[in-house]
Design a protein around this ligand. Structure first.
Ligand code: SF4
Ligand code: SF4
Length: 430
């Protein structure tokens, strides 16, 4: 860890204007490819067979492992294939391929009255409805509420600090009432007296809209936070709100934190019985002709979204990221499907990199939100010294992209640290 901390955060050009004030559009493909990727469990128990008819919300697969939630169909139609395909994390995963009948006939899944239900019933409902973190992490949300004790604050993360992404803002605009149902239930589930919806202060219209809607709701407030990156990272946001840092989990500082779209999806599930079957995705960057927010069924291919509502590519040399340009994972092709946690596709023209030698300016350390020394990590990695990589706390890298962003020598610092982290973990160190 760096002894002399710099600002550890930075204002970035958001490019939010490309999509923020445009109407979101709906796009429904003929075929969906629903990923059964579920983190720790590579062996889903698939509940359907090729040829089966399914509805929107039909449960397709469950998992044995803890911290994994079921997967549901996003369209009505017929299962035409169960096959291995590349997931956006570049690993092979099982996919259920469904040809849509275009009717969107809905399964009748159970609903729940959050005011009457017990906390345990709500947690179980959240788990069975497959609610996961929709801001990019994809971690099952019920885990945060199971046995939650001593929680003083629920933070709803609507910061959206990465450039280009506006999907949370549009989701809030689209159905704030349902999101507030989700927030009130989450507040009950964790026992927090206060829920704070955090939005960057550079979005005054959205803040005014939220403030208007929460009038009279006990213990729910809207907090403006600075327009800096990575304000949406849990640790940065929790420090901003509480002034406290924690070691492993937000509960250590009496906080539960969830993303705004997650609250909306939980509200939808409680009111209608519908799990996460579709989502708002920002498609933006100079690599697409028509940056736009699109509501798509889970399992829609990136290629269809770009070539459909986003108007096609502006260049034949592009870089596509699932997520934002800072933390999103780049993919080698666009034949990859949207999963429940995907808030954005960022498409940028590949302008190449004119890298020069390190100037030893220290900017990468100054701005690292984890307090690391990326350039030292890189040097130690070249020497393959795993012990020193451990001392430099390489596993604390959150792959936020800041060190590359601030580097005047255009060095791919993040990529180097990421490689060092992977090597260290593969070496058996945690
Ligand atoms: S990518 Fe890792 S090393 Fe680089 S600034 Fe972010 S946390 Fe620090
Ligand atoms: S920011 Fe770039 S040039 Fe400066 S010390 Fe880090 S790697 Fe070297």
């Amino acid at each position: 860890m760096s002894l002399f901390k710099g600002p550890m955060r930075n204002h970035l050009n958001g490019h939010k204007e490309l999509t923020e004030h445009k109407e979101a559009v709906v796009y429904n493909p003929k075929t969906v490819y629903i990923p059964l990727f579920a983190g720790f469990d590579p062996n889903p128990k698939i509940l359907v067979n090729v040829g089966d008819e399914v509805k929107v919300g039909t449960k397709l697969a469950v998992f044995e492992a803890r911290f994994v939630v079921p997967v549901f169909s996003s369209v009505s139609g017929k299962v035409v294939s169960i096959e291995k395909r590349m997931h956006q994390n570049l690993k092979q995963a099982d996919y259920i391929v469904i040809e849509s009948d275009g009717k969107f006939t809905e399964e009748k899944n159970p609903t729940i009255d959050w005011e009457k239900a017990s906390v345990e019933e709500l947690v179980e409902f959240m788990k069975n409805a497959g609610i996961i973190g929709c801001g990019g992490a994809g971690f099952p949300s019920y885990v945060k509420y199971q046995g939650a004790k001593g929680i003083e604050r629920l933070i709803i993360n609507a910061v959206e600090c990465e450039p280009f992404i506006t999907s949370d803002y549009k989701a809030i605009e689209s159905d704030l009432d349902t999101m507030l149902v989700g927030i009130r239930a989450m507040k009950k589930m964790c026992g927090a007296p206060v829920a704070e919806i955090c939005i960057k202060k550079s979005h005054p219209e959205l803040i005014a809209h939220v403030n208007e809607k929460i009038k009279g709701l006990d213990g729910i407030t809207c907090r403006e936070v600075p327009d800096v990156y990575p304000m949406g990272w849990e640790r940065t946001l929790i420090y901003e709100v509480t002034g406290q840092r924690y070691d492993r989990l937000p509960a250590e500082v009496h906080v539960v934190i969830n993303n705004a779209t997650t609250a909306l999806k939980f509200g939808t599930a409680m009111l209608t019985g519908m799990p996460i079957v579709n989502r708002m995705v920002t498609v933006s960057g100079d690599g697409v002709k028509n940056p736009v927010n699109v509501i798509v069924p889970i399992g829609t291919l990136a290629s269809e979204i770009v070539n459909g509502p986003a108007g096609g590519y502006t260049s034949d040399k592009i870089i596509m990221s699932f997520g934002g340009p800072m933390m999103g994972g780049t993919v080698p092709n666009d034949d990859i499907a949207i999963d429940r946690q995907n808030n954005a596709l960022t498409v940028q023209i590949d302008k190449g990199i004119d890298e020069i030698a390190c100037l030893r300016c220290g900017r990468c350390s100054d701005y690292c939100p984890s307090g690391l020394q990326p350039v030292r990590i890189n040097n130690v990695m070249k020497m393959n010294d795993m012990d020193r990589l451990g001392k430099l706390q390489v596993t604390k890298c959150i792959e936020c992209g800041m060190c590359t962003y601030v580097c005047p020598s255009k060095i791919a610092v993040t990529e180097n640290v990421r490689r060092a982290k992977r090597a260290y973990m593969a070496f058996g160190k945690k």
